[in-house]
Write a protein that binds this ligand. Structure first.
Ligand SMILES: NCc1cccc(Nc2n[nH]c3ncnc(Nc4cccc(O)c4)c23)c1
Length: 232
């Protein structure tokens, strides 16, 4: 997160850190006791290894009362996701067991009504992604508020030039923005997850490249079907 602030500890109890060998790779969030939602692109450099999921954390390194690292039983990238574009950039992770819910570990509801969030709505995004252009990685969770911009503005030829589909949404990226390692985290508007951070052009903090999110509502049926099929 560029030019945000350190989050209030454990006030985003749905946040997950997707890790490989103890290193934070991507964000994610708890959508059910045994399920985390993130971005499919996060699996690009994992060469088949499964993530471990850290829940209940504020600091990535310090001991905290409800911090716990969960093994992943299975990972389900959306079938339409691919390395060439941002389409269907969603990843469902089934935890090895149900997460123990408490004050620091909570499920975040996601939007099921497929209707665009109005432009200028101020939403919040959090993550352990880089906090400056030299790629400094924070120990503590950071957050930033960002206004939604309309798909038409985001698709302008000087911005993302028509690549933003109905299944995506954008926020203004002037100065304050998402960045490397924030992918997979939720865009929260009015207490509900409306989108999932996708890297898109990977640029951070440049107003000409607004931040892109995969809208969740269009994928509610896919999410429900994967959870139902794997839960048995
Ligand atoms: N703001 C959109 C957004 C959301 C999520 C991730 C991203 N960026 C990135 N995702 N993956 C990456 N691998 C390498 N470099 C990256 N961006 C980068 C790194 C250093 C300086 C800088 O200005 C930008 C990214 C960008």
């Amino acid at each position: 997160i560029l030019r945000g602030s350190v989050a209030r500890p454990h006030l985003k109890p749905y946040m997950a850190s997707l890790q490989l060998d103890g290193q934070h790779i991507c964000g994610g969030f708890l959508i059910a006791e045994q399920w985390v939602l993130s971005a499919a692109h996060c699996t690009e450099e994992t060469d088949g290894k499964l993530f471990q999921v850290l829940l209940g954390a504020h600091s990535l390194t310090e001991p905290e009362p409800h911090k716990r690292l969960y093994q992943v039983r299975a990972q389900f990238p959306h079938p339409g996701s691919n390395i060439h574009n941002n389409k269907d950039d969603l990843l469902l992770l089934q935890l090895e067991e149900k997460a123990e819910l408490n004050a620091d570990v909570r499920v975040l509801p996601f939007q099921r009504e497929d209707r665009d969030v109005a432009a200028d709505t101020v939403c919040e995004v959090a993550g352990w992604g880089t906090i400056d252009h030299s790629g400094t990685r924070p120990d503590k969770l950071h957050q930033v508020e960002r206004p939604v911009i309309s798909r038409d503005v985001c698709n302008h030829r000087t911005r993302h030039d028509g690549t933003i589909t109905r299944n995506m949404m954008c926020t203004d990226s002037r100065r304050k923005d998402t960045c490397k390692g924030d992918s997979g985290g939720p865009l929260v508007c009015g207490g509900v997850a409306e989108g999932v951070v996708t890297a898109g052009s990977r640029v951070c903090g440049n107003y000409k490249k607004p931040a892109i999110y995969t809208r969740i509502a269009p994928y509610a049926d896919w999410i429900d079907s994967v959870m139902a099929s794997a839960d048995g």
